[in-house]
Design a protein. Structure first.
Ligand code: ZN
Length: 111
């Protein structure tokens, strides 16, 4: 068994959250949607092949499915937290900001 944990990117974490939870998730393209289904449907042999090709996605799906803390870990990886003010209330825009921070501000700071 490979003990190296692949790095799960923000994007991958959001895709898997979308599949399992929708909270903090982002819908991937149709290829990834089908790929996630294929990884989950695969037998041991085919799963090993897919794991080699898509290590991070396979790992993220495994987390979501089999790890009690998996979805929480993925939410953390998905950075469901505003990159500017660090609050976690959302909603968030795709750039990683909460809606309040994403709103354009007047340059002189006066409304
Ligand atoms: Zn914010």
């Amino acid at each position: 068994m490979n003990t190296n944990s692949p790095t799960i990117t923000v994007e991958t974490a959001r895709h898997v959250l979308w599949r399992y939870d929708r909270d903090g998730g982002a819908q991937p393209g149709s290829f990834t949607v089908h790929l996630m289904a294929a990884i989950e449907a695969a037998d041991v042999q085919n799963r090993a092949i897919l794991r080699n090709a898509y290590p991070a996605l396979t790992e993220a799906l495994h987390l979501a499915r089999y790890d009690e803390e998996g979805l929480a870990k993925l939410r953390e990886l998905a950075a469901v937290r505003c990159i500017r003010c660090k609050q976690t209330d959302g909603p968030f825009v795709p750039s990683g900001l909460c809606e309040a921070c994403a709103r354009p501000m007047p340059l002189d700071g006066v409304a």
